[in-house]
Ligand binder design. Structure first.
Ligand code: IMP
Ligand code: MG
Length: 173
Protein backbone atom coordinates (compact mmCIF):
# COMPACT_ATOMS: atom_id res chain seq x y z
CA UNK A 1 0.00 0.00 0.00
CA UNK A 2 1.38 3.43 -0.90
CA UNK A 3 1.62 6.23 1.64
CA UNK A 4 1.70 3.93 4.65
CA UNK A 5 4.18 2.45 7.07
CA UNK A 6 3.95 -0.54 9.37
CA UNK A 7 3.23 0.53 12.95
CA UNK A 8 2.52 -2.87 14.52
CA UNK A 9 3.59 -6.06 12.76
CA UNK A 10 1.49 -9.20 12.36
CA UNK A 11 3.91 -11.01 14.68
CA UNK A 12 3.56 -8.38 17.43
CA UNK A 13 -0.23 -8.60 17.17
CA UNK A 14 -0.09 -12.38 17.44
CA UNK A 15 2.07 -12.29 20.58
CA UNK A 16 -0.11 -9.64 22.22
CA UNK A 17 -3.34 -11.54 21.54
CA UNK A 18 -1.81 -14.70 23.03
CA UNK A 19 -1.07 -12.69 26.17
CA UNK A 20 -4.57 -11.16 26.34
CA UNK A 21 -6.17 -14.54 25.63
CA UNK A 22 -4.27 -16.07 28.53
CA UNK A 23 -5.34 -13.24 30.81
CA UNK A 24 -9.00 -13.63 29.79
CA UNK A 25 -8.80 -17.39 30.25
CA UNK A 26 -7.49 -16.88 33.79
CA UNK A 27 -9.91 -14.09 34.71
CA UNK A 28 -13.02 -16.07 33.70
CA UNK A 29 -11.80 -19.50 34.85
CA UNK A 30 -14.74 -21.84 35.44
CA UNK A 31 -17.17 -19.43 33.77
CA UNK A 32 -18.63 -19.14 30.31
CA UNK A 33 -18.15 -16.07 28.16
CA UNK A 34 -20.07 -14.28 25.44
CA UNK A 35 -17.71 -12.40 23.15
CA UNK A 36 -19.44 -9.54 21.36
CA UNK A 37 -17.60 -8.26 18.31
CA UNK A 38 -18.25 -4.78 17.02
CA UNK A 39 -18.56 -5.00 13.25
CA UNK A 40 -16.96 -4.57 10.95
CA UNK A 41 -13.57 -3.52 12.32
CA UNK A 42 -13.31 -6.11 15.11
CA UNK A 43 -13.80 -9.20 12.97
CA UNK A 44 -10.09 -10.05 12.78
CA UNK A 45 -9.17 -9.39 16.39
CA UNK A 46 -12.30 -11.31 17.44
CA UNK A 47 -11.29 -14.37 15.41
CA UNK A 48 -7.65 -14.35 16.50
CA UNK A 49 -8.25 -13.42 20.14
CA UNK A 50 -10.99 -16.05 20.55
CA UNK A 51 -8.57 -18.77 19.44
CA UNK A 52 -6.32 -17.83 22.36
CA UNK A 53 -9.14 -18.14 24.90
CA UNK A 54 -9.60 -21.51 26.52
CA UNK A 55 -13.15 -21.24 27.92
CA UNK A 56 -16.71 -22.11 26.88
CA UNK A 57 -17.11 -19.16 24.51
CA UNK A 58 -20.14 -18.08 22.51
CA UNK A 59 -20.20 -15.30 19.96
CA UNK A 60 -22.44 -12.48 18.93
CA UNK A 61 -21.95 -9.33 16.90
CA UNK A 62 -23.20 -5.79 16.87
CA UNK A 63 -22.82 -3.29 14.09
CA UNK A 64 -22.65 0.40 14.81
CA UNK A 65 -21.86 3.37 12.71
CA UNK A 66 -20.10 6.45 13.99
CA UNK A 67 -17.89 7.64 11.19
CA UNK A 68 -19.39 7.32 7.76
CA UNK A 69 -16.47 7.61 5.36
CA UNK A 70 -14.73 10.44 7.26
CA UNK A 71 -11.65 10.06 9.46
CA UNK A 72 -13.09 12.13 12.31
CA UNK A 73 -15.66 10.93 14.82
CA UNK A 74 -19.05 12.52 14.28
CA UNK A 75 -20.16 11.73 17.82
CA UNK A 76 -23.26 10.11 16.44
CA UNK A 77 -23.61 6.39 17.07
CA UNK A 78 -26.26 4.36 15.33
CA UNK A 79 -26.96 0.68 16.06
CA UNK A 80 -27.19 -1.00 12.67
CA UNK A 81 -27.36 -4.54 14.06
CA UNK A 82 -28.23 -5.49 17.62
CA UNK A 83 -27.33 -8.69 19.47
CA UNK A 84 -29.19 -11.86 18.53
CA UNK A 85 -29.34 -13.11 22.11
CA UNK A 86 -30.26 -12.10 25.64
CA UNK A 87 -27.32 -11.19 27.85
CA UNK A 88 -29.00 -11.07 31.27
CA UNK A 89 -26.87 -12.96 33.79
CA UNK A 90 -24.04 -13.62 31.33
CA UNK A 91 -20.38 -12.63 31.20
CA UNK A 92 -20.12 -10.30 28.25
CA UNK A 93 -16.83 -9.20 26.71
CA UNK A 94 -17.09 -6.52 24.04
CA UNK A 95 -14.31 -6.84 21.47
CA UNK A 96 -13.32 -3.70 19.58
CA UNK A 97 -10.64 -2.86 17.08
CA UNK A 98 -9.85 0.62 18.36
CA UNK A 99 -10.97 3.13 20.96
CA UNK A 100 -10.65 6.67 19.69
CA UNK A 101 -13.06 9.21 21.21
CA UNK A 102 -14.65 6.43 23.25
CA UNK A 103 -18.09 7.54 22.10
CA UNK A 104 -18.93 4.27 20.41
CA UNK A 105 -18.05 2.13 23.42
CA UNK A 106 -19.57 4.52 25.90
CA UNK A 107 -22.85 4.29 24.04
CA UNK A 108 -22.59 0.53 23.62
CA UNK A 109 -21.78 -0.23 27.24
CA UNK A 110 -24.64 1.97 28.42
CA UNK A 111 -27.11 0.22 26.18
CA UNK A 112 -25.85 -3.25 27.18
CA UNK A 113 -25.61 -2.56 30.92
CA UNK A 114 -29.37 -1.99 31.23
CA UNK A 115 -29.87 -5.56 30.03
CA UNK A 116 -28.25 -6.73 33.28
CA UNK A 117 -25.33 -8.89 32.23
CA UNK A 118 -23.47 -10.64 35.04
CA UNK A 119 -20.34 -8.80 33.94
CA UNK A 120 -19.46 -6.43 31.12
CA UNK A 121 -15.88 -5.74 30.07
CA UNK A 122 -14.08 -4.39 27.03
CA UNK A 123 -11.16 -5.75 25.02
CA UNK A 124 -9.68 -3.43 22.40
CA UNK A 125 -6.68 -4.09 20.20
CA UNK A 126 -5.78 -0.40 20.01
CA UNK A 127 -6.28 2.56 22.29
CA UNK A 128 -5.55 6.08 21.11
CA UNK A 129 -3.75 7.73 24.01
CA UNK A 130 -5.07 11.00 25.43
CA UNK A 131 -7.85 11.11 22.88
CA UNK A 132 -10.75 9.69 24.87
CA UNK A 133 -13.37 12.36 25.25
CA UNK A 134 -15.60 10.20 27.39
CA UNK A 135 -14.08 8.05 30.09
CA UNK A 136 -14.49 4.35 29.62
CA UNK A 137 -12.64 1.49 31.20
CA UNK A 138 -10.93 -0.86 28.80
CA UNK A 139 -9.89 -3.92 30.78
CA UNK A 140 -7.90 -5.63 28.03
CA UNK A 141 -5.82 -3.33 25.81
CA UNK A 142 -3.48 -4.51 23.09
CA UNK A 143 -1.47 -1.41 22.19
CA UNK A 144 -1.61 2.27 23.01
CA UNK A 145 -0.94 4.38 19.94
CA UNK A 146 -0.74 8.07 19.05
CA UNK A 147 -3.46 10.13 17.41
CA UNK A 148 -2.59 9.06 13.86
CA UNK A 149 -5.15 7.36 11.65
CA UNK A 150 -4.36 3.66 11.24
CA UNK A 151 -5.58 0.92 8.93
CA UNK A 152 -5.21 -2.82 8.56
CA UNK A 153 -6.06 -5.89 10.62
CA UNK A 154 -9.77 -5.07 10.35
CA UNK A 155 -9.45 -1.29 10.38
CA UNK A 156 -10.44 0.54 7.26
CA UNK A 157 -10.26 3.82 5.51
CA UNK A 158 -13.39 4.32 3.42
CA UNK A 159 -13.93 0.55 3.44
CA UNK A 160 -10.44 -0.43 2.31
CA UNK A 161 -7.26 -1.98 3.78
CA UNK A 162 -9.04 -4.19 6.35
CA UNK A 163 -7.20 -7.21 4.98
CA UNK A 164 -3.68 -5.98 5.78
CA UNK A 165 -2.12 -8.45 8.26
CA UNK A 166 -0.50 -5.60 10.22
CA UNK A 167 -1.46 -2.15 11.51
CA UNK A 168 -0.24 0.65 9.25
CA UNK A 169 -0.24 4.39 9.66
CA UNK A 170 -2.02 5.99 6.83
CA UNK A 171 -1.11 9.32 5.34
CA UNK A 172 -4.53 10.88 4.88
CA UNK A 173 -3.17 13.78 2.80
P1 IMP B 1 -14.79 6.26 18.74
O1 IMP B 1 -16.27 6.21 18.92
O2 IMP B 1 -14.31 7.64 18.40
O3 IMP B 1 -14.01 5.65 19.88
O4 IMP B 1 -14.48 5.50 17.42
C1 IMP B 1 -14.34 4.14 17.38
C2 IMP B 1 -14.49 3.64 15.97
O5 IMP B 1 -13.97 4.56 15.01
C3 IMP B 1 -13.67 2.41 15.81
O6 IMP B 1 -14.44 1.27 16.11
C4 IMP B 1 -13.24 2.46 14.37
O7 IMP B 1 -14.21 1.85 13.57
C5 IMP B 1 -13.18 3.93 14.04
N1 IMP B 1 -11.82 4.47 14.12
C6 IMP B 1 -11.30 5.27 15.07
N2 IMP B 1 -10.01 5.56 14.83
C7 IMP B 1 -9.68 4.89 13.71
C8 IMP B 1 -8.45 4.76 12.95
O8 IMP B 1 -7.38 5.30 13.27
N3 IMP B 1 -8.53 3.96 11.86
C9 IMP B 1 -9.67 3.33 11.46
N4 IMP B 1 -10.82 3.42 12.14
C10 IMP B 1 -10.83 4.20 13.25
MG1 MG C 1 -15.23 -0.06 14.78
Amino acid sequence: MENSKVLISAEEIKLKLAELGQQITNDYAGESLLMVGVLKGAFMVMADLARQVNLAVEFDFMAVSSYGAATQSSGVVRILKDLDQEIAGRNVLIVEDIVDSGLTLSYLTKSLRVRKPKSLEIAALLLKKDIQRVSIEVKYTGFEIGPEFVVGYGLDHAGKYRNLPHIAVMDTE
